[in-house]
Write a protein that binds this ligand. Structure first.
Ligand SMILES: Cc1ncc(COP(=O)(O)O)c(C=O)c1O
Length: 379
């Protein structure tokens, strides 16, 4: 059996047909009808008015900050438990990231700590330019609390929904909560364009500005006229054609990943000291990755031992994102912490969750985990 990856790309629909059609109609230039259509389809799925196809989720996060005019001297609040681009884009624009811990119920930005930080800033007379919330591992943050907090403090809310396409919170889709949101179609995401992303917003002005910035910020003139710095950030029409086919199977993918998570649950439930990542009551997760928490004292093993055991059978698993406040890159950044992200990082592990995993592959992984936990528990 070949290596089992954490979340391999899964091509199961009309990708070949749509890409071929795009090639045959000569829509090979960056822009084209598949991109327009893909943007409309994603906007509809995420319940927003505008979507701008971009070369990556990182580009979408970057443009979210640039279109808001955020720059040097500005503070952006970022959950410490995330993948590094969420924080890096703040540095791209010369602003200061301040890291906030996460909550136990969703592993996302802690609303109480966010409230403390916003109030402390208000008392100092300092304005927070933006709150960046992340929808980690396919689950939305606590927007029932975060959206009113951002509104109360007049702070822009940016939603990093890179991992969460198809998830919902209180009935509303991921990507619809931020003033601006970002999706990723990187190869390991629930749908992929091999590489790509999208900026979502209800503001026509922001969408138009993002489109302009993403195409070298060319002014409307017959010659090449520029008044601001632009980027080459657009998603190509061919990749959008691929993405459209992937999007058609999104619900099937969510179902498959959810079934995988439930299969893991059956094994995990047999053992003391192991649990799945919690899903908040108001949430439906897209089950992008199944993550577990493992208490070394109660299980007699560690996430790293389990990872090595799986690796020795050519099965990929990965530690939880290492918190930003623990990264050498951000060691001097300010942070408001209560130890939750550290605990999740120490105890957590992400398990193979790809929608293309076969039943035999899943059975193998389940058996390896069960076996490892049994041996550890009895040794
Ligand atoms: C939480 C998070 N934010 C941002 C990104 C960046 O997306 P991309 O890889 O498309 O640039 C990713 C995924 O890679 C992610 O997981």
């Amino acid at each position: 059996m070949s290596r089992i990856h954490l979340s391999a790309p899964d091509v199961r629909g009309r990708e070949e047909q749509y890409v071929l059609e795009a090639i045959r109609s000569n829509w090979v230039a960056p822009l084209g009808p598949d991109l327009d259509q893909f943007e409309r389809e994603i906007a509809a799925r995420c319940g927003v008015s505008f979507a701008v196809g971009l070369s990556s989720g990182t580009a979408a996060l970057h443009l979210a900050l640039v279109t808001a005019g955020i720059g040097p001297g500005d503070v952006v609040l970022v959950p410490t438990l995330t993948f590094v681009p969420t924080a890096n884009v703040v540095r791209y624009v010369g602003a200061e990231p301040v890291f906030i811990d996460v909550d136990e119920t969703s592993w996302n930005l802690s609303a109480p700590l966010l409230a403390e930080e916003l109030e402390a800033a208000a008392k100092r007379g300092a304005k927070v330019a933006a709150v960046m919330a992340v929808d980690l591992y396919g689950q939305c943050a606590d927007y029932d609390a975060i959206v009113p907090l951002a509104a109360e403090h007049g702070t822009l809310l940016i939603e990093d929904a890179a991992e969460a396409l198809g998830a919902t919170r209180s009935g509303k889709p991921a990507g619809a909560f931020g003033d601006v949101a970002a999706l990723s179609f990187n190869g390991n995401k629930i749908i992929t364009t091999s590489g790509g992303g999208m900026l979502l917003t209800n503001s026509e002005e922001v969408a138009d500005h993002a489109r302009k910035l993403a195409t070298q910020a060319r002014e409307p003139a017959p010659h090449y006229e520029h008044t601001e710095v632009g980027y080459n950030y657009r998603l190509s029409n061919i990749l959008a054609a691929f993405g459209r086919a992937q999007l058609e199977t999104l619900d099937d993918r969510i179902q498959r990943r959810t079934a995988t998570r439930e299969a893991y649950r059956l094994v995990i439930d047999r053992h003391e000291g192991v649990s799945l990542m919690p899903i908040a009551d108001a949430s439906t997760s897209n089950a992008w990755l199944t993550c577990i928490m493992l208490d070394s004292k109660r299980t007699g093993t560690s996430p790293e031992n389990l990872r090595l055991h799986l690796e020795s059978h050519d099965v990929e698993s990965r530690p939880i994102w290492k918190p930003m406040h623990r990264q050498p890159l951000y060691s001097t950044a300010r942070a408001r912490l209560d130890g939750t992200a550290d605990r999740i990082f120490e105890r957590g592990l992400c398990l193979p969750s790809g929608s293309g995993m076969t039943e035999a592959q899943l059975e193998l992984v389940l058996g390896l985990i069960d076996d490892h936990l049994l041996r550890a528990g009895t040794s």
